[in-house]
Design a protein around this ligand. Structure first.
Ligand code: NDP
Length: 454
């Protein structure tokens, strides 16, 4: 490491990946600074995973109150009132607390935090305002930002960023998109009593997930009263003072109190000056890196959402661990992008790990498919018309479980445990030899005996 420069490493972006990289590199002896223009903790802590999950809890509480009646609790509907500003204020307090924790973690690791917007005038310099810092290496961890398709009136359309600070909830909302964020926010808004319409251009929401899960989740959302319109997209939006007037691709006009786009996120590299230095961007705008997160400019690296790998916090964290060890430690770990478990926190949750049935068939496996769907025990007394789905994709030749998929309460929690088994290469026989915990939903994963198809 060079002492002639101000730092060994400057990380641009104090999100999940940037903070982890800065801390672990400092712990390995590097002199590290992190530059951040907005908030410590990045999207995940401020306008992503954390506040989203708090809103999901908030939305689900309404169902819990309704479900309590079947268990003898008398909750007169007119005594139950939801107050959105309270939820937002409590969420903000929690985010402030987490911002503070991030600051202290960086401080105690000996990382210098520089507030402001960074530019990279040369491969060993980061400029923030009128200050320039020299550094041996630069890591770009600037994350991603929501994209709104280019339609007339797009300035009226909100993204998830603004949804976390809405002053009040509308009576009716339109959500545009059919991926993670669209489906999660449809669940949140609908659960909080907002009439919700979801517009998706395809023929089934949640493209990329197992087809059975997509169909099942879509049906569950429809049962909850979410108005899902398939093959549907926004052509224009007009601000009509008290409401928004939408025109859809089939000519339909629709009036609503809020329009939110959840139509993907692009890499956030604007104004850094990377391309001028020779850093390559892909056609989709991501920073191009090799297997070791190095760009075409040897002293500049990148990780997290900005490089186009799955836009998930645990992926950015793992990349940061690999890169810090490579630059300053034993360099022994590498990224393994197989079997990334993931959950969509709609209601009920969707959780998944490993190959979908379709991916496994395309890869040429001969399969055994195990599948069950049932009414969770809780709803026998609550009377709620909600079902759960579980599915195992098994390689017939080796008996290895290639994928586990679930829609149902706590699917994320359940799939996280199964991800260990699948990463360890567990076979269906080993699932069968595992005793269940009775009575749980999760035990179904070890009691599915007969394949439903091969
Ligand atoms: P996604 O890529 O998940 O979904 C984007 C959706 O928008 C898709 O349904 C896509 O349709 C649609 N779409 C894209 N472009 C257009 C367009 N021009 N017109 C109409 N529809 C369009 O992105 P999100 O924004 O939902 O989330 C971004 C990422 O953030 C996720 O992919 C995920 O990695 C991460 N995330 C993770 C969460 C979690 O772990 N629980 C929660 C939230 C986000 P089509 O399918 O046809 O392409």
């Amino acid at each position: 490491m060079s002492d002639t420069r101000d730092y060994d490493l400057i990380v641009i972006g104090a999100g999940s990946g940037g903070v982890r990289l800065a801390r672990t590199s400092a712990a390995l002896g590097a002199r590290v600074a992190v530059v951040e223009s907005r908030y410590l903790g990045g999207t995940c802590v401020n306008v992503g995973c954390v506040p989203k999950k708090l809103f999901v809890y908030g939305a689900h509480a309404g169902e819990d109150i309704e479900d309590a009646a079947g268990y003898g609790w008398q909750v007169p509907p007119d005594s139950v009132r939801f107050d959105w500003p309270t939820l937002v204020a409590n969420k903000n307090t929690e985010i402030d607390r987490l911002n503070g924790i991030y600051g202290r973690l960086l401080e105690s690791a000996g990382v210098t935090v520089i507030s402001g917007t960074a530019t990279v005038p040369d491969p060993h310099t980061v400029r923030v305002g009128d200050q320039s810092f020299s550094t041996e290496r630069i890591v770009v961890a600037t994350g991603s930002w929501p994209v709104i398709p280019d339609v007339p009136g797009k300035e009226c359309i909100l993204t998830s960023n603004e949804m976390f600070y809405l002053p009040q909830l509308p009576r009716h909302a339109v959500i545009w998109g059919g991926g993670y964020i669209a489906v999660e926010f449809a669940g949140i808004l609908s659960g909080l009593g907002v009439e919700t319409t979801l517009l998706y251009r395809g023929d089934r929401i949640l493209r990329g997930f197992d087809e059975d899960l997509r169909e099942f989740t879509q049906n569950e959302l429809l049962k909850k009263g979410i108005d899902i319109r398939l093959g549907s997209t926004i052509v224009s939006v007009e601000n009509a003072e008290s409401h928004y007037q939408l025109e859809l691709n089939d000519g339909t006009r629709m009036s609503t109190g809020l329009v939110m786009a959840a139509t993907g996120r692009r890499a956030l590299v604007d104004g850094l000056g990377l391309e001028e230095l020779g850093v390559q961007l892909s056609g989709s705008g991501h920073v191009v890196v090799d297997d070791h997160f190095q760009t075409a400019v040897p002293s500049i690296f990148a990780l997290g959402d900005v490089i186009g790998t799955p836009q998930l916090t645990p992926v950015a964290l793992a990349q940061a661990m690999v890169l810090s060890r490579r630059l300053y430690g034993d360099g022994e770990r590498s990224m393994d992008y197989r079997n990334i478990p993931t959950a969509v926190f709609c209601q009920p949750n969707l959780g998944t790990v490993g190959l979908t049935e379709q991916e496994a068939r395309e890869a040429g496996y001969q399969l055994r498919i195990y599948r069950t769907d049932f009414r969770p025990m809780k709803h026998t007394l609550s009377g709620r018309d909600e079902r759960s789905l579980m599915k195992l994709v098994v390689d017939d030749a080796t008996d290895k479980v290639l994928g586990a998929h679930m829609v149902g309460p706590d699917a994320g929690e359940i799939i996280q445990g199964l991800a260990v088994a699948i990463q360890a290469g567990a076979t269906k026989a080993q699932f069968d030899a595992t005793l269940g915990i009775h009575p749980t939903s999760a035990e179904e994963f070890v009691t599915m005996r007969e394949p439903v198809k091969s």
